[in-house]
Design a binder for this molecule. Structure first.
Ligand SMILES: Cc1cc2nc3c(=O)[nH]c(=O)nc-3n(C[C@H](O)[C@H](O)[C@H](O)COP(=O)(O)O)c2cc1C
Length: 168
């Protein structure tokens, strides 16, 4: 039995977490589009690091087709929501539980750089930032503060590899 790490990313932060974790534990690592169900056949535990876009976890439907039914799955969504953004995290968890009711879920915070964004993404960031600026500081979610910062300064970075220490 071997444990395996899989990652799904658009801009690289989920990959950084996944690679650091796989290296520390000496587990094989796969990009989600490249992993085959045969690669996972002997996996006891599977760790899936994937970024969150518009409340949804990247690649989750495809993963369902590849993960053996008896494996223990830990899903690590990487997003800009913080532990204080309860509703946002609940939305992400709901989407995951629908597909993998048995999965353990551990939220991680990522990063975002305006230069990496495609035009439609830039427009979404602008729109969220604009509506966030109309709110008082107390009303703002941490993800909204982060997105405002991306809009005004160009980037945010909450990536913290120390968060991986307690994952087993
Ligand atoms: C268009 C867009 C939508 C996003 N939606 C969410 C979201 O719903 N929840 C969240 O926590 N983070 C959201 N983010 C932030 C990303 O999840 C975050 O930047 C993450 O680190 C990206 O991971 P990646 O670098 O692996 O692609 C969004 C970012 C963009 C550009």
């Amino acid at each position: 039995m071997v444990n395996s790490v899989i990652y799904a990313t658009k801009k690289g932060s989920a990959e950084i977490y996944a690679k650091a974790f796989a290296q520390k534990k000496n587990y094989p690592i796969y990009e989600h589009k490249q992993v085959l169900s045969e690669d996972l056949i002997d996996a006891e535990k599977i760790y899936y690091f994937a970024s969150v876009y518009a409340g949804s976890l990247l690649g989750i439907e495809e993963l369902k087709k590849k993960v053996p039914k008896n494996s223990q799955l830990t899903i690590l969504p990487v997003g800009l929501s913080s532990a204080n953004d309860h509703e946002k995290l609940a939305e992400i968890r709901e989407g995951i539980v629908k597909v993998f009711p048995q999965a353990k879920i551990i939220h991680l915070r990522g990063r975002l750089n305006k230069e990496q964004l495609k035009l439609p993404e830039k427009l979404i960031i602008k729109m969220i930032s604009k509506s966030s600026r109309k709110k008082s500081e107390q009303e703002k979610l941490d993800i909204e503060k982060a997105i405002e910062q991306v809009d005004t300064t160009g980037s945010v970075d909450y990536l913290d590899l120390a968060e991986l220490v307690n994952i087993d």
